[in-house]
Design a binder for this molecule. Structure first.
Ligand SMILES: [Zn+2]
Length: 904
């Protein structure tokens, strides 16, 4: 390809002097092939030197601190004394910061996490004079469809992207449109964010470098358009000679006009006029590595992310916002949990294309965020329980839509259970008095945490009396946590007494009724509301037919699931072959799947044992134990799978009364390396496209993926919580990667898939690798690591539906079960109600912000919707909290739109 520019004739005036905007920067992966603390040490040295350089050398005009505030906090944790210097340089425009808190991966985290990341960056950036108004996305492994809308709603009109840009875009800038038609100008970093990295300390060499770079990418640039020259790369330190060498280069030629520039300065004045347009996600490997296999690398990390997101976004925040007093909103806990989530969102962290110590830290952060979420959820549920007028069990619906569903709870075993109740287990009562010595009693009470004895039983009352013969303790045990049992106080009192009189006789009387764990169906719990638990008549109870010889059938009149006793698969409404496990080799790395040169596929079990678990009427389960012989690993020299390992895979298939989804839980101990395990499902109808949940929308994808020789396009795509194709919806917990498979062209009308494969596990042993079939060149350090092999316990949860119910609703039904809470009565809330009724859109977030109840909704459908917020008025705000327009009770939300509301 030839350059559109040519050197001017010697001595003559240049016709066009091409502007070269040199943007000094560093790309700071916070943790990756080294752990955070190792990289942070280098970061501190880098910023120490950078501050000195900027203060000393005015010709080093400006520096881009990678678009993420995390690097500033990481630095200030070690050098708090330099905050003023950072602020002075940022305020003077010498340092460009934000807008993100972290440079995340866009596909593997929730849309809400992306928004919180941006908001956290903007909020932190105000301490430094504000963030740059550019959606800088330099290294993300592709870009989500709704990013232009997210950026627009934060007042950002520019994006800067690299990976994922498709062959259809052949210019260095384009108009990028979201599904709702929001548009930003996207600067395309044709040669990446390091096209001007490591510039020579020699002006002549710099000019030569520019000419050769323009030879390489000039066809992307209009003849008179400036060139963005990104002077930095991964963890690169600033080059102190930059100001001088740029000045020398300007003096010695008239072809280029070089200037050190900030990114906003370069973009200012660049318009969208005449630029080509692209609508939707950017997921092509045509021009640069997209790294298409990160969604299935370390599935344990993706599952942990899914659980933590749900715990915070769908449970802790909405329930705390709706059931705690406004001044009890647990902001410090939630801020901490979100900081953990946002740090994990970094592209090398959630993608887990990192060394094992990094992945350990990521899992720990997710666990802590989830623990905070679970604790806050429990507190909000207890607050509701205390506020109820009636005693007994109440059911909470954490989702926005009115719901019915199965409830599992412990109750006293009084009388015969009704016909619509299923008893899962029963334990005998424990009446009686035992006589113990003081030390034993103190030890026993020490094991009781608060009022909790185990997951089902609580101390509900404690009595303590004393006479000449000793102490009498009375413990009442029940199935619900009580309010205000002074157990710690009584423990202290006992301890004091027993220390004074260690031989005192202690008589402990325990009242514990017989208890049973039951399942029942609760009808009509309002969205975000509660209803007193009243087990409903089952319209479609589950029947379990057959025995383990010829096969077992679960049926509720809506769905029939029949397990094949030979191959362990099951049929749904007569369509056979669901749950077929297909194991093949994977000689790839953490970034990409790559089959070995000579693959061995294992897709049939050696033996199958089928047993019946629950027998209905509320829940029926069949347990399938399939034994396989998998190869042990891939032999690198020959590209073959060698060795053998026996594996038993346990799959529990579950059907519930009055529900159309079939839930599946698979567990096994992974014994093998270098392989990919997928579960296959037939599609009821052949399909040319899939519809997958992505941040704030559903994206439609075809049967192929664009790639190139250096990264072969593999049509394995990420979905967030569900993917639909050909009449099948798969809902999953953190099993992000799917592929439409078994493609045929039966009637000559074009290729159609007849199956969908969901990746349960991808095991590889290298952070990156050289010479792979799908990606010949390495994408990171070629470091052997054990963690991605995932040797050990593996668990997978998903659910299948072949009915046309809205997949958002199905996903909530499966992933957000109705929650039971106990009440002693005496409060003011009636038997059923809801603090918030919202219809017409999906809800992404309910929380308290700026003293108000803030709700974020989105319309993932191609037509406008009317959103009703019953009896509530307020303001629509942008992602910076700026009021846009008022609403009263209802408002129209455009197709594919996102709206944030603050209620009065
Ligand atoms: Zn990076």
């Amino acid at each position: 390809m030839s350059s559109p520019t040519s050197a001017p004739a010697a001595g003559g005036p240049p016709s066009v002097r091409r502007r070269i905007a040199v943007v000094p920067h560093t790309h700071w992966d916070r943790e990756w092939y080294d752990p955070f603390q190792t990289f942070r040490l280098k970061l501190v040295h880098l910023i120490d030197g950078l501050l000195d350089l900027l203060e000393r050398d005015p010709s080093y005009k400006t520096f881009l601190l990678d678009g993420q505030l995390a690097v500033i906090d990481d630095y200030l944790e070690i050098r708090p004394e330099n905050e003023g210097r950072l602020r002075a340089l940022a305020s003077a425009g010498r340092l460009t910061i934000g807008p993100w808190y972290i440079l995340m991966d866009e596909f593997l985290i929730s849309g809400e996490t992306i928004v919180r990341d941006l908001q956290a960056g903007i909020r932190r950036g105000t301490a430094f004079g504000g963030v740059m108004d550019v959606g800088y996305l330099p290294d993300m492994f592709g870009h989500i469809a709704q990013m232009p809308q997210i950026l627009s709603q934060a007042g950002l009109r520019h994006a800067v992207v690299w990976r994922g840009v498709p062959s259809a875009v052949d210019t260095s800038a384009f108009v990028w449109e979201a599904p709702d038609d929001s548009r930003v100008r996207a600067e395309y970093l044709v040669a990446g964010y390091g096209n001007g990295a490591a510039l020579p300390d020699d002006a002549k060499a710099l000019i030569r470098r520019l000419r050769s770079h323009l030879d390489e990418i000039g066809s992307f640039l209009a003849p008179d358009s400036p060139l963005l020259f990104m002077n930095g790369t991964d963890h690169q330190r600033p080059q102190p000679w930059l100001g001088r060498v740029v000045a020398e280069a300007n003096d010695m030629q008239t072809e280029f006009e070089l200037g050190i520039s900030s990114l906003p300065e370069y973009l200012s004045g660049l318009t969208t006029e005449g630029l080509p347009e692209w609508k939707g996600e950017l997921r092509s490997g045509y021009r640069s590595n997209l790294l298409m296999g990160v969604g299935s690398n370390r599935v344990d990390v993706k599952q942990a992310a899914a659980r933590s997101e749900r715990s915070l976004e769908r449970l802790a925040e909405p329930l705390s916002a709706l059931y705690l007093d406004g001044d009890a909103w647990p902001a410090p806990f939630l801020d901490l949990a979100w900081k953990l989530m946002i740090r994990n969102a970094a592209h090398d962290s959630i993608c887990a294309c990192s060394v094992d110590e990094v992945v350990d830290a990521v899992l720990h952060r997710y666990a802590e965020a989830r623990q905070i979420g679970e604790g806050l959820t429990n507190e909000a549920m207890t607050a509701l329980g205390v506020s109820l007028s009636h005693p007994g069990t109440t059911v909470i619906n954490p989702s926005a839509h009115d719901r019915s569903g199965m409830v599992e709870l412990m109750v006293p075993a009084l009388g015969e259970p009704g016909p619509d109740i299923q008893v899962v287990s029963q334990r005998a009562g424990l009446p009686g008095t035992i006589t113990l010595n003081g030390t034993t009693v103190v030890n026993m009470l020490g094991l009781i945490q608060g009022s909790r004895i185990d997951e089902d039983t609580y101390v509900t009352e404690v009595g303590l009396t004393e006479d000449d013969t000793g102490l009498d303790i009375t413990l009442s045990i029940g199935s619900h946590p009580p309010e205000g049992v002074p157990i710690e106080e009584i423990k202290r009192e006992l301890f004091t007494k027993l220390t004074a009189y260690p031989d005192t006789e202690v008589r402990v009387t325990i009242h514990q009724p017989a208890m049973r764990r039951i399942l029942g169906r609760q009808e009509d719990v309002p969205g975000f509301g509660w209803a007193k638990f009243e087990p409903a008549r089952l319209s479609h109870p589950v029947f379990v037919d057959g025995d383990t010889g010829p096969g077992v059938t679960l049926s509720n009149g809506l769905v029939t699931v029949a397990v094949d006793p030979v191959d362990g698969t099951f049929s749904l409404n007569g369509v056979a072959g669901y749950g077929r496990l297909v194991d093949g080799g994977d000689h790839g790395d953490t970034y990409n799947y790559s089959p070995p040169a000579h693959d061995t596929i294992v897709d049939a079990p050696d033996s199958v044992v089928v047993t019946i678990g629950d027998r209905g009427p509320v829940r029926g389960t069949v347990v399938v134990r399939s034994t396989y012989t998998w190869p042990e690993r891939v032999d690198s020299d020959h590209g073959t799978r060698i060795g053998s390992r026996p594996t038993e895979i346990t799959t529990t298939v579950e059907l519930r009364a009055d529900e159309t989804v079939t839930q599946v839980h698979t567990t096994f101990d992974n014994p093998s390396k270098d392989h990919r395990l997928r579960v296959h499902f037939p599609l009821p109808e052949p399909a040319a496209t899939s519809q997958a949940e992505c941040a704030f929308t559903v994206v439609e994808r075809g049967l192929t993926a664009e790639g190139r020789e250096e990264e072969i396009g593999t049509p394995t795509f990420p979905s967030r919580r569900f993917v639909s194709a050909g009449g099948l919806t798969v809902i999953h917990e953190g099993l992000l990667e799917y592929e439409l498979v078994d493609v045929v062209d039966a009637d000559g009308t074009g290729p159609r898939a007849t199956g969908l494969a969901l990746t349960l596990l991808r095991s590889t042993g290298m952070l990156s690798r050289f010479g792979m079939i799908t990606r010949p060149l390495p994408a990171g350090p070629m470091t052997p690591i054990e963690g991605p092999q995932m040797i050990g316990p593996v668990e997978a949860r998903y659910a299948l539906s072949v009915d046309p119910t809205d997949p958002y609703r199905l996903a909530d039904d499966v992933l957000l079960p109705l929650l039971p809470v106990g009440s002693f009565g005496g409060g003011g809330r009636p038997a059923s109600g809801s603090p918030l009724t919202l219809r017409g859109a999906e809800v992404s977030s309910v929380r308290r912000e700026a003293g108000a109840l803030e709700i974020r909704v989105f319309n993932p459908r191609p037509v406008p919707t009317v959103v009703e917020v019953d009896n509530r008025s307020g303001w629509m705000v942008d992602l910076r909290g700026k009021p846009l327009q008022p609403f009263d009770g209802r408002f129209e939300l455009r197709a594919q739109g996102i709206a944030t509301l603050r209620l009065d």
